[in-house]
Design a protein around this ligand. Structure first.
Ligand SMILES: CC(C)(COP(=O)(O)OP(=O)(O)OC[C@H]1O[C@@H](n2cnc3c(N)ncnc32)[C@H](O)[C@@H]1OP(=O)(O)O)[C@@H](O)C(=O)NCCC(=O)NCCS
Length: 178
């Protein structure tokens, strides 16, 4: 049984991400199976998970986004993606996505550590305004508030949960100190 304390948070380059597509997919499949509203519906498969992560590889290779993972030495147990805004008028902005921790390892600080790693990398890259959205009232909603993010709006009925119910989404931003 993995102990969250022994999990290392690090970046994964495109080559390693490609080699570990199955582990990345398993984390996403586990999240959807446990009801997380992360763009996909119930019945989401390992093959679909691999396809999602495969689609992220060119952007990672091009430096348009960075993938951070939790690694317990034997397998990957969490992810977060930092995507740099491509617009010429937004060189200071980035988005956070696919903030996922294996359901068996939650509430042990891994989500917070992944988020901190992404925020630190954003700051290092000169991206001091971060954006994300999440289902209102979800675990992510709690995590982001606790990590100092500011809510800037809510959209009722914004996305379907995996179980087919429409749910509200809350938008957050965080301005990073200099
Ligand atoms: C969101 C998620 C990544 C959090 O990961 P985690 O490793 O459990 O988070 P942490 O243990 O670091 O939690 C840090 C703090 O966030 C808050 N928090 C996290 N999960 C929470 C929950 N289910 N309910 C209430 N607060 C929660 C708490 O304040 C927690 O600190 P505490 O445990 O000392 O009270 C995880 O629940 C997950 O993968 N969920 C499914 C995917 C998802 O919805 N991602 C967000 C989409 S944007």
């Amino acid at each position: 049984m993995t102990d969250a304390v022994t999990v290392t948070i690090r970046t994964l380059d495109a080559a390693e991400a490609e080699a570990r597509l199955d582990e990345l997919a398993a984390i996403l499949v586990d999240a959807v199976a446990n009801g997380a509203s992360v763009n996909f519906m119930a019945g989401f498969t390992q093959a679909e998970g691999r396809a999602f992560w495969r689609g992220q590889l060119p952007g990672i290779a091009a430096g348009e986004r960075q993938l951070f993972v939790g690694d317990d030495g034997a397998r990957l147990v969490g992810t977060v993606v930092l995507s740099f805004a491509p617009q010429p008028n937004a060189p200071h902005r980035a988005e956070i996505g696919k903030m996922l921790v294996l359901s068996s390892l939650r509430r042990q600080g891994l989500g917070q550590r992944l988020l901190e790693a992404a925020e630190q990398a954003a700051r290092a890259a000169g991206r001091n305004l971060l954006l994300l959205d999440t289902e209102t009232g979800s675990a992510g909603d709690h995590l982001y508030r606790r990590a100092g993010w500011t809510e800037y709006g809510r959209v009722p009925g914004h996305a379907f949960r995996p179980d087919g119910r429409l749910a509200e989404t809350t938008m957050f931003y965080k301005r990073l100190g200099d």
